[in-house]
Design a protein around this ligand. Sequence first.
Ligand SMILES: *Cc1c(COP(=O)(O)O)cnc(C)c1O
Length: 422
Amino acid sequence: MKKSCFIDVETAERLAAKYPTPFYVYNEQGIRDGIRALNRAFSWNKGFKEYFAVKACPNPFLMKIIHEEGCGMDCSSYCELILSDSIGLSGDDIMFSSNVTPAADFEYARKLNAIINLDDETHVDFLAKHGGIPEEICLRYNPGGNFSISGAIMGNPQDAKYGMTEEQLIRSVKKLSAMGAKRFGIHAFLASNMIDPDYYPTLAEILFELAVRVNEKTGAKFTFVNLSGGIGIPYRPEDKAPDLDYIGAKVKEAYDRVVVPSALKKLSIKAELGRYITGAHGMLVTRAIHVKHIYKEYIGVDACAANLMRPAMYGAYHHITVLGKENRPLDHVYDVTGGLCENNDKFAIDRMLPEIVPGDLLAIHDAGGHGYAMGYNYNGKLRSAEILLKQDGTDELIRRAETPADYLATFDFCDIIKKELL
Ligand SMILES: *Cc1c(COP(=O)(O)O)cnc(C)c1O
């Protein structure tokens, strides 16, 4: 299947005239449509709510759009809480799903009255000391072993640092109840980037059954399960996008089977999707600046792994469209590389593409989730701008590009960095 590209060469050149490449561009309409499809798929569940995993794309302009579609924010650090606070969110618009949590982070989350998702049994006393125990609280579960869907292993919770065992969870619920907690939720995140539509239904059944068991053993009132993140996007042309309606309907089957006949009778469902919300709706636009022929053919572009780390870090596939050459034959084999002094700085290896010449603009697809967010400054490379393509076709700069002054700003105590150099 051919992957569609939400930006054409005219738009990209118009943007590049205003904002130097490389830059990230996000498609507002796509983000809104994706959230609407999710909310529709779970409309059968009263209280369904998606909390956008801020770490996937921590930009307050995008967070505002996502909030307008009815979502809260899932945070796991102090600065992610600041971002949510900055767009006016508090209370049950924030899920705080952290691990190895510093005291100040818990205190801030409690000040915002966010829903706390506790990663460990020992965090009960820690939270009591740093912020206090709220009336409604969520607990993160780790089932151990392997996690499989219809026999195929999809994840290894036994090796994951997150969550607690069932026994620990039961003890925590009892302890929290004694300390004043009245309503509970259960959370687990067992596999990521799952395009298998049975991920959520399988996880939901595990969490529904766990909530029923823990309720039977403790008498505690359970109000929600949090299916967390993990729904994937089709990075490769041959990948199939998960069918949200199927996912919603299958989770409902598990709900009707497990929750409805139980003493719980009902639960609301929460999600913390990140990649699904913004992943496919962001692209990294970069310009080819060099063509090099040695033992292989290299296209050198002005973006690098510091702008988009996933290919270097995970060997992740990101589709590339050479803008304006969409209909040319894919008759050249290239490695598309950035300029880091690291040989893994390659956006594509042995990729069939049309002939590329210096000056061509390349769109690197599906960079909207865990893309800009994972950026860094290695080799003195600067973070790029982020641009929003709005529903009415206009564009807005939603984050400026870093300058050398930003790179040097943390040396503010130091005379060597002369202001006139900047
Ligand atoms: C990363 C993360 C998410 C989002 O994951 P996606 O794969 O982007 O959907 C949600 N919840 C928690 C706790 C996470 O760590």
